[in-house]
Design a protein around this ligand. Sequence first.
Ligand code: FES
Ligand code: FES
Length: 163
Amino acid sequence: MTERRVSIEINGTTYDREIEPRLLLSDFIRHEAGLTGTHVGCEHGVCGACTVQMDGEPVRSCLMLAVQAEGHSLRTVEDLAAEDGTLHPLQQAFHEEHALQCGFCTPGFLMSLEPLLADARDFDDTQVREALAGNLCRCTGYQNIVTATQLAARRMAGAEDAA
Ligand code: FES
Ligand code: FES
């Protein structure tokens, strides 16, 4: 198959590559950009593990071709923590509230939830669960994920000390 040159921006870095037009965005992120924090589970849009942000909105990278990401700005889980390693408030809350076990699903949860937190003050239980409807976790039973999300929302709204 004829390869095509693409130029895709991820986390502020532009990756210029020759790729097959059928290459999935999830495979581009992991194998071409080397950003393996994005996980691939079902590879057909069901589990949400592969969620990244495109122009600030969560998308399933296994349902997109890499060529479709040209001209857009992508963000992966590697971009959440600060350069000095300080965790994003959502990551910190997941850590404190034991919102992960094996961690396979976690990058997808974080990238689905993070855009919502900017405007959120009080996320009630139902709102969080609706926001998470497209992400599957086989370990946690979800309650700690909901609790962590609510904690992060309160902290980001300045309603609770981040310490
Ligand atoms: S790997 Fe993309 S939704 Fe499951
Ligand atoms: S923590 Fe294991 S799948 Fe979610």
